[in-house]
Design a protein around this ligand. Structure first.
Ligand code: HEM
Length: 106
């Protein structure tokens, strides 16, 4: 199912204290520009947890991985430094992923 980009932009307000998406500059969290299809844990110059680097060894951030991670970050990547409880509403997850896609090459 397709997410709603405009709704996703609103959801992203829950992320934007820690993440840029329209720039490659990292904040408290790594830049999410181009995150779709990217291997977890590889933004240059960002200091990830070992948990995230290990998690990313054999993965890319696709719809399925992002959906699972955003629902329960600390459950899916045990030991992640991302201090965020997750998004409870599945529609918010679909919508924010649609928004992230607009900043990732197809
Ligand atoms: C990592 C998404 C909220 C801090 C990540 C990653 C994604 C992500 C996809 C992995 C990036 C990569 O592998 O390069 C989101 C989304 C959010 C959100 C969509 C909102 C719904 C937050 C918030 C904070 C935060 C509010 C700060 C309080 C971090 C940190 C990492 C991270 C520190 C690195 C984790 C690690 O190394 O274990 N986030 N995030 N995020 N995020 Fe978030």
């Amino acid at each position: 199912q397709e997410g709603d980009v405009a709704a996703g932009e609103t959801v992203f307000k829950k992320c934007s204290a820690c993440h840029n998406v329209n720039s490659d500059k990292s904040k408290v969290g790594p830049s999410l520009q181009g995150v779709i299809g990217r291997q977890p844990g590889i933004v240059e110059g960002f200091k990830y947890s070992k948990a995230m680097v290990d998690f990313g060894a054999d993965k890319v951030w696709d719809d399925a991985q992002l959906t699972a991670y955003l629902a329960n970050p600390r459950g899916v990547v045990k030991g992640t430094r991302m201090a965020f409880a997750g998004l409870k509403d599945p529609k918010e997850i679909t919508d924010v992923i649609a928004y992230l896609k607009t900043f990732s090459p197809a």
